[in-house]
Design a protein around this ligand. Structure first.
Ligand code: EPU
Length: 416
């Protein structure tokens, strides 16, 4: 199994380009199932979760062509509706196939994803929303078996503003009979982006990116071209790494407006942050960061997907700060690994109290999930000595070429 070796050597410096967003690419890829005409996508990141999504589409009978970051999906010959456990368990985003399969083919058989390293992650909101639209859903042998002759528009309010449940219901409602209103919907930029794609396929979605969406169902959708927006979490991860290593970097091909809360927190560490339309420059002026409090909440507040990276930052910062996780119940697995590197962190339920250390020490550590891996990388870049990170397949799920990108910024890093 691959490992990443990092020798901590101080500041990251230079320029890094950001890839397309994994969590925006996954729903638009699933939307490829909604029309018999081809979908052309650009800025698709080279990450494992995308490979898994495409493997799933091929299993269903889609023709998929990938050329660099361009992707075309032809789902005119789909002849299956089953997404098997073997693939779904490695990529929970596969739940996004449920809405499109049901809406276009009247049937779906998608494995329940099960729990994972960050929490139990139920899918009750997806199911309740589809049932409100008239779907008949049974859970059999670990699979969600859904049927509907044609989904019907409905008024549905989410108990929790789930990102992928909002996306699933938007896609399903686009082909339903009548109008659907979704309330307490997720506000994430990935939801807004999916709305844009659906409308360019002929759907009638309004309000995507706000708490209330209205979707007027249409008989059929057509082909379209779409460019996936930049990855806000990859962006934030590089900025946090630069801040933790007392560095200075410019991040290009990104969207500062997707990261306002994270940028404010980075400024609060004492770093200078400048932004343009599609770039961000962070400079620590060689100074150690000050600790910052963070508390995760749905967009536009501080993202849970940046919590682990700020845990590493605080573990190296001056002072004491709390990191509060409000979205997932078990997203602190990286804490024990950071403690093995000498971090001073006390856990009290959903709150971590972090007192920064001038230096952490390199150690063998184990990645437990995607963002926990990024946290360990950041800690390793700023640590004294060598860190070996095991189970880096978690990192490959969501970061394109991260080892090469960090090496370009001056890190001593290699994969073995
Ligand atoms: N929830 C329910 N019932 C549901 C769905 C969600 O109780 O049916 C709860 C979850 O347990 C959680 C909260 O609602 O407590 C929010 O979860 P959400 O459904 O919004 O998460 P998701 O859609 O499964 C997406 C991202 C995650 C990201 C979260 C939160 C994708 C493919 N995944 O997951 O990304 O952490 O939103 O922003 O978009 C990552 O990239 O590392 C990652 C985990």
């Amino acid at each position: 199994m691959d490992k990443i070796h990092v020798t901590g050597n101080g500041p990251l410096r230079g320029v890094v380009r950001i890839a397309g967003a994994k969590n925006a690419a996954l729903p638009v890829i699933a939307a490829g199932l909604l029309s018999a005409e081809p979908l052309s996508l650009a800025n698709i990141p080279a990450v494992k979760d995308i490979d898994t999504a495409l493997q799933l589409l091929e299993l269903l009978g889609c023709k998929v062509e990938r050329d660099g970051d361009a992707l075309s999906i032809d789902s005119s010959a789909v002849d299956a509706v089953r997404a098997p456990y073997e693939l779904v368990k490695t990529m929970r985003g596969a739940i996004l196939l449920l809405g499109p399969l049901l809406a276009r083919f009247g049937e779906a058989d998608v494995s329940l994803p099960g729990g994972c390293a960050i929490g139990s992650r139920p899918v009750n909101e997806h199911i309740a929303g589809l049932e409100a639209m008239g779907a008949e859903i049974n859970i059999e042998g670990g699979y969600i078996q859904a049927k509907a002759t044609r989904l019907k528009g409905a008024h549905f309010a989410f108990d929790i503003p789930s990102v992928t449940a909002t996306e699933n219901l938007m896609m399903a409602a686009s082909l339903a009979e009548g109008t659907t209103v979704l309330e307490n919907a997720a506000l994430e930029p990935e939801v807004e982006d999916l709305g844009r794609l659906l409308n360019s396929m002929g759907a009638k979605v309004s309000g995507a990116g706000t708490g209330t969406l209205t979707i007027e169902g249409v008989e059929r959708l057509h082909g379209a071209s779409h460019r996936v927006p930049p990855d806000r979490i990859e962006t934030g991860t590089f900025l946090a790494a630069a801040a933790a290593t007392r560095g200075s970097i410019s991040v290009l091909d990104t969207r500062p407006d997707f990261l306002q809360h994270v940028l404010a927190k980075l400024e609060a560490t004492g770093a200078t942050v400048e932004v343009g339309d599609d770039w961000i420059k962070l400079d620590t002026h060689g100074r150690r960061c000050k600790a910052v409090h963070v508390s995760t909440a749905p967009y536009p507040a501080f993202p849970t997907d940046m919590q682990a990276q700020f845990m590493a930052l605080n573990a190296l910062a001056e002072g004491t700060a709390t990191v509060i996780e409000n979205i997932f119940e078990n997203r602190f697995m990286h804490v024990a690994e950071l403690q093995r590197m000498g971090a001073d962190i006390e856990l009290q339920g959903h709150t971590a109290i972090v007192t920064g250390r001038e230096r952490l020490q390199g150690a063998p550590v184990m990645a437990t999930d995607l963002r926990a891996s990024a946290c360990l990388l950041i800690a390793a870049l700023a640590a004294e000595g060598e860190t070996t990170i095991d189970r880096v397949y978690h990192l490959d799920r969501g970061y394109a070429n991260i080892v090469d990108k960090l090496a370009e910024l001056g890190a001593i890093i290699h994969r073995a």
